[in-house]
Design a protein around this ligand. Sequence first.
Ligand SMILES: CC(C)=CCC/C(C)=C/CC/C(C)=C/CC/C(C)=C/CC/C(C)=C/CC/C(C)=C/CC/C(C)=C/COP(=O)(O)OP(=O)(O)O
Ligand SMILES: O=P(O)(O)OC[C@@H](O)CO
Ligand SMILES: [Mg+2]
Length: 236
Amino acid sequence: MLREQVKKWRHVFKLDPAKPITDDAIHQIATSNTDAIIIGGTDDITFQNTAYLLSKLRNYSIPYYQEISTSTSLVPGFTGYLTPTIFNTNDAKWILGIHHQTIKAFGSFIPWDQVILEAYVVLNPDAKVAKRTNANTNQQISDVIAYARMAEWLQIPIFYVEYSGTYGLVDLVREVSPILQNTHFCYGGGISNQQQAEEMAAWADMVVVGNLIYDDLNQAIQTVKWIKSIKKRGES
Ligand SMILES: CC(C)=CCC/C(C)=C/CC/C(C)=C/CC/C(C)=C/CC/C(C)=C/CC/C(C)=C/CC/C(C)=C/COP(=O)(O)OP(=O)(O)O
Ligand SMILES: O=P(O)(O)OC[C@@H](O)CO
Ligand SMILES: [Mg+2]
């Protein structure tokens, strides 16, 4: 089951189809010992730019997942599909509304064993994803803990604390960490150096590195060893 594979991920790179990247950079990412590559972003994601990245990644044995942000950019051929639901918005369309429309359109063609739900809590008010989804980013730690409990209750495979574009609150990640037992705890946002990578890896099950790929590829590649060398919570 893909869902069981995903729960083993410790380090993941997120490639943005809207950003140019060289074949050499893709090669370095795909052979970096990361656990998986996610392809996704908020703006300017198209079938064409997603299919282009998929065509490059097909040369490698690493799992590659599409994180679906629009139904028109869905591309067949990925190892699996990550489907976000935004917990901290009042706008129902980003919770399960667009999902309903997409499921209605695709009907029996959906490969359900490849589709994995991610419960997002979006916390950087300046991120495009926060603006797009009308996220209520002004959350207390106790609010995020309650969202984490909901993800466990609903048996959602991934709980994603998303600070896209900025480094988040370690205290928040530390306090949410023990709540999640069966749901995989993902942190993403602003990882750009060893200290940040290690701090978040101590509490999150999985850390996502995105922008650093485009800002400083060599440093991004190093995050794999930094994150994987840290024992995560509960490990002796
Ligand atoms: C044939 C085939 C491939 C079939 C597969 C069909 C399939 C998998 C169906 C699944 C059905 C389903 C449930 C689909 C969901 C459809 C959908 C579009 C849902 C909406 C998802 C959603 C809430 C999107 C909001 C945006 C978002 C959360 C994007 C995720 C990526 C992300 C957080 C990027 C970070 O963005 P940011 O850094 O802010 O911005 P930039 O990177 O652009 O700067
Ligand atoms: O791009 P950064 O800030 O590294 O964030 C990674 C990921 O969580 C974005 O969805
Ligand atoms: Mg981004």
